[in-house]
Each structure stands twice: as structure tokens, then as C-alpha cells.
Write a new protein. Structure first.
Length: 300
């Protein structure tokens, strides 16, 4: 009788990813509550996250040195990470938490296009169809929420950045531990944002924090960034970048519910928003079902 391989590791990774996505859903709430601008907010976020990971390495006496070429790759990827978060929080400040999170769902479409090109794999028709349905939902939201156009554009561009660094991380995790990847990428993000602030005279009164901001930033930098980022990267040992992107799209579900609890955002949304959101979220939930059916037919 052939030996069966237990699926426990995959189930464990899915559980970790869902928990991580729930934490990410809370970042939109914190972004709305923190008073400073998007660039300064992310600067503090990656600073706190990098320091917390550095302290973690030293406390556990974990080696985290990498080669020069790996350092450059991860530090450059950090520019995408920083850009993603800046654009995401900018989208929140230009629109609402709900709209920003739904725009982030387009990660699925961008990953379906970019992952096969970068990894030189065959493009999946099912993934493209799922991506097109998601973009249809976003276009409907665009039509009915036109007064939030700038916020929607920022949210979509944020999704492009997230898709690219997720694909890059799915390759890096095969060679390096997740905390090491997270440390150098977050540190890289901090350096790139610091250079940007210096070039644009961003180190001014806008950097000053209110008392409440400090607590929110600590939560954002530690739990929602260093911990969640490490967890999100680690699951890529078992899950593809597209699968991670698909599950990450549950972030709007958690985020929209929380934004209603904290800010009553649902009262601000039009019927068009909800039509678009239903199309996007239905695609997310039905994709795994369709994928299983296709695999079953091929195996007959």
C-alpha cells in the first residue's frame, strides 16, 4: 500500500495566512487613525518593524547575514514594499478604508499576469478570467465612486507593487528564512523612504506625532508589520504567489467589517460600490472551487 503524505503543512500554512490577512485588515483602521501623512507614517512603520526584527535576532542569537548580491536584491525589493504601503495609506486618506481595501483585491489580476512572465510559466486561463472579473468589479466601483478617483488610482498602483514583491518573495523564500527576508526588505524600505524625505524636505513638523499616534504606530510596526510580514512570507514555501494573492483578497472582508465598526464607512458607500465588491469577493471565494473542478476533469 503506497505511503500517503499528510497535508498538515499546507493546512497549517493556510491557517497562518488567513490569520495574517486578518491582521493586515486592521492596518487600514490604524492608517485612518494615525494623524500624520502617508509617507511619514510608513517611515515610522518600517523603522519600528526593522528595529523589532533586529532585537528579535539578537535576543534569539539568530544569524542573519546574507551575501552582497542578496542584500542588494532584498534592499531593492524594499522599495516596492515601501511604495506599496505609502500608496495604500495615501489611498485611505484620499478615499475610505473600504475602497482602498477593495482596490487592493486587484493583486490577484496583476499576479496572474506578472507571475507567469517573471517565472517563465504558462499563463493560466482560469487565473486571467478571475483577474478580469475582479477588474470588472473595480471598474464598476470607479464609475459610481468617481469622487474618489485619486484614492482608487493610488490603491490600484499599491496593488501592482504588492503583486511584484510577493512574486519576488516566493522565489527568495526558497533560499532564505522569512525573518531574514523581512528584515532586509523592511530596512531597505526605510532607507529608500529616508532618501525620499531628505530629497523632498520631508523632515519637518509633519513628522511630529500626537500621543495617540505613538501607540497606533507601535501596533502597526510590530504586530501588523514585522510579525505579519514574516508570517506572510513564510507560507510561500508551500503556497504559490497567486494563491497567496487570492487569499490576501479576503483582507477587504475583514477590513470593511472593521471600518464599519470603527468609522461607519458602510453608510458612505453607493450601490455601485457594493455591486463591484460582491463581484470581486465572489470571484475570490469561487476560484478555488472552479480550480478543483478543472483538476478533477483532467484526472478522469
Amino acid at each position: 500500500m503506497p505511503r500517503q503524505v499528510a497535508p498538515a503543512p499546507l493546512n497549517k500554512n493556510l491557517l497562518i495566512l488567513h490569520f495574517t490577512v486578518f491582521i493586515w485588515g486592521f492596518t487600514g483602521i490604524l492608517g485612518k487613525l494615525i494623524s500624520i501623512a502617508a509617507v511619514q507614517l510608513v517611515w515610522y512603520r518600517v523603522l519600528i518593524a526593522s528595529v523589532s526584527l533586529f532585537l528579535y535576532f539578537n535576543f534569539n542569537k539568530t544569524a542573519f547575514k546574507v551575501s552582497k548580491s542578496t542584500f542588494i536584491k532584498l534592499a531593492c525589493t524594499g522599495a516596492l514594499v515601501g511604495g506599496h504601503w505609502i500608496l495604500f495609506f495615501l489611498s485611505i486618506k484620499l478615499s475610505t478604508v473600504s475602497i482602498s481595501l477593495v482596490c487592493l483585491s486587484s493583486i490577484t489580476l496583476f499576479t496572474a499576469i506578472f507571475e507567469p512572465l517573471i517565472n517563465k510559466k504558462r499563463i493560466s486561463k482560469l487565473e486571467i478570467i478571475a483577474g478580469l472579473l475582479i477588474i470588472t468589479g473595480i471598474l464598476i466601483i470607479f464609475k459610481f465612486e468617481s469622487h474618489y478617483t485619486k484614492g482608487i488610482i493610488a490603491g490600484l498602483t499599491s496593488a501592482v507593487c504588492a503583486s511584484l514583491f510577493s512574486i519576488i518573495n516566493s522565489r527568495q523564500i526558497k533560499h532564505h528564512e522569512a525573518p531574514v527576508i523581512a528584515f532586509y526588505e523592511l530596512t531597505g524600505a526605510f532607507v529608500w523612504i529616508s532618501i525620499f524625505l531628505a530629497a523632498t524636505n520631508g523632515y519637518d513638523k509633519s513628522m511630529l506625532l500626537q500621543r495617540a499616534d505613538m501607540g497606533y504606530l507601535f501596533l502597526l510596526g510590530t504586530i501588523c508589520t514585522s510579525l505579519a510580514y514574516v508570517a506572510g512570507v513564510s507560507v510561500m514555501r508551500e503556497l504559490s504567489a497567486f494563491r497567496v494573492a487570492l487569499i490576501t483578497n479576503l483582507e477587504p472582508v475583514y477590513g470593511i467589517i472593521m471600518s464599519f465598526v470603527f468609522f461607519g464607512d458602510m453608510n458612505k458607500m453607493t450601490t455601485g460600490f457594493w455591486v463591484g465588491a460582491v463581484i470581486i469577493l465572489s470571484t475570490i471565494f469561487l476560484f478555488p472551487v472552479a480550480q478543483k473542478q478543472i483538476i478533477k476533469r483532467k484526472n478522469r
